[in-house]
Design a protein around this ligand. Structure first.
Ligand SMILES: O=C(O)C1=C[C@@H](OP(=O)(O)O)[C@@H](O)[C@H](O)C1
Ligand SMILES: C=C(OP(=O)(O)O)C(=O)O
Length: 439
């Protein structure tokens, strides 16, 4: 298995801001869009292009897994001769192959349905944490849809999908309350199943709805027919018609969730940060930051050039349901710990099964710097207190590292353990962060 570059115990002195930041930060491509685009291009019936793809641990694992199944992903410039790009040449999906999922939710959930279409066994393995992250929704559904899967009975990794070259597909019920990625995974490969797929979510609340909308939008953009609750269908039911997928030329949007720490820097230093190429319309959950960070004290302006976000000097607490945008929680918690009033972050109990138990990790690390955070059944209650120096542990979670860096801007002497773990989705983070402060 590929080594995990994230396993590192080095301490990184988080830069402390001596004044207001004033910077333009070019944020690399979206992890969620890049990994969906790779899967859809691999399943298409003709070659496609991804321009400005994110190159990070999660996306390189996705590309490596697809290559192992026979898909050619070539380095190149885009069709117009500008910008870095990947050219994806789909082929018949082959087994046997081995897939390293690392700790990438998108890889461990989106690829077993793809593997069911391969013509041989595909073995899935990953980091120790990947064994603990929920996968039952995908495994159980694929069995109902006709796949043969060997696992150890826990409904989790490691496992082998015995690809049979095709899959019946059809209707299936799943409980996706622990991860929206179960729904996205089945929809993404659905056009290639003989009968398509009809996914019915039957559990309690479904998190991360914008990510399901992203899946639906991207499927439609490559020619798939998708019926959704929003398009007049039944609540909690998504239907994908079988059919060929087109190869497209897609430019990947900047990762708005990875823009979060830079916007937070403007908020906590009363500064100004410009993020070029912020899309005018997007399904990325990070777009909600315009509203959330405005309520917390900033202001923003979206122009043709990008998003300009300005801090006002005040940082307010917030009472907010983050169930749709759970991956923003660590960064919001970091800002909330520096605010002038308490915050309640709700609707995110599923974060206990993310890269790490994020609710426990945020509580422990902020409190060890002198904070006052308590876990609730579905989130965090944060009462700001004067924080002091110390080590901020990151538990191989990229968003813990960036949350610690936000606190470090305002609190002298914070050291981030294993800042290299940001390589999961943003390998350039330390350089972008120091570059922002030197601008
Ligand atoms: O589909 C996606 O790209 C994602 C969906 C969400 O997962 P959950 O629904 O498991 O939270 C999100 O947290 C994750 O970072 C990316
Ligand atoms: C939850 C996250 O990632 P994953 O795709 O591994 O689920 C995340 O990036 O915050």
């Amino acid at each position: 298995m590929a080594p995990n570059p994230a396993a590192d115990t080095a301490l990184w002195p988080a830069p402390h801001a001596s004044g207001a930041v004033d910077a333009t930060v070019h944020v690399p491509g979206s992890k969620s869009v890049t990994n969906r685009a790779l899967v859809l291009a691999a399943l298409a019936s003709e070659p496609g292009w991804l321009r400005r793809p994110l190159r990070s641990r999660d996306t390189l694992l996705m590309a490596g897994a697809l290559r192992a199944m026979g898909v050619a992903i070539e380095e190149g410039v885009g069709p117009d001769g500008t910008g870095e790009a990947w050219r994806v040449l789909p082929t018949g999906l082959r087994g046997p192959a081995t897939v390293d999922v690392g700790n990438a939710g998108t890889v461990m959930r989106f690829l077993p349905p793809v593997a069911a279409l391969a013509d041989g066994p595909i073995r899935f393995d990953g980091d120790p944490r990947s064994y603990e992250r929920p996968l039952h929704g995908v495994i159980d559904a694929l069995r109902v849809l006709g796949a043969r899967i060997d696992d150890d009975g826990r409904g989790a990794l490691p496992l082998t999908v015995h690809g049979g070259g095709a899959l019946d597909g059809g209707p299936v019920e799943i409980d996706a309350s622990s991860s929206s990625q179960f729904v996205s995974a089945l929809l993404l490969s659905g056009p290639r199943f003989n009968q398509g797929v009809e996914v019915r979510h039957v559990g309690s609340a479904l998190p991360s709805m914008p990510h399901i909308r992203m899946t639906v939008d991207m499927l439609r953009a490559v020619g798939a027919q998708v019926d959704t609750p929003e398009s007049g269908g039944e609540p909690n039911v998504w239907r994908v018609t079988p059919g060929a997928l087109l190869g497209r030329d897609l430019t990947i949007e900047p990762d708005l969730s990875n823009a979060q720490p830079f916007l937070a820097a403007a908020l906590v230093t009363s500064g100004k940060v410009l993020i070029p190429d912020w899309p005018a319309r997007t399904t990325q959950p990070g777009d909600r930051l315009r509203e959330i960070f405005t309520e917390m004290g900033g202001s923003c302006e979206l122009t043709d050039y990008g998003l300009e976000f300005t801090g006002s000097g005040a940082i307010h607490g917030i009472d907010v349901d983050l169930s749709e945008v759970g991956e923003l929680t660590p960064g919001i918690a970091a800002v909330a710990a520096l605010a002038d009033s308490p915050s309640t972050l709700r609707g995110v109990s599923h974060l206990r099964l993310h890269e790490t138990d994020r609710l426990a990790a945020l509580t422990k690390e902020i409190n060890e710097l002198g904070g006052d955070v308590t876990e609730t059944a579905d989130g965090l209650h944060i009462r700001p207190r004067a924080l002091h120096s110390g080590v901020f542990h990151t538990y191989e979670d990229h968003r813990m590292a960036t949350a610690g860096a936000i606190i470090g801007l305002a609190v002298e002497g914070v050291q981030i353990e294993n800042v290299a773990t940001t390589a999961k989705t943003l390998p350039d983070f330390p350089a972008l962060w120091t570059g922002m402060l030197e601008a």
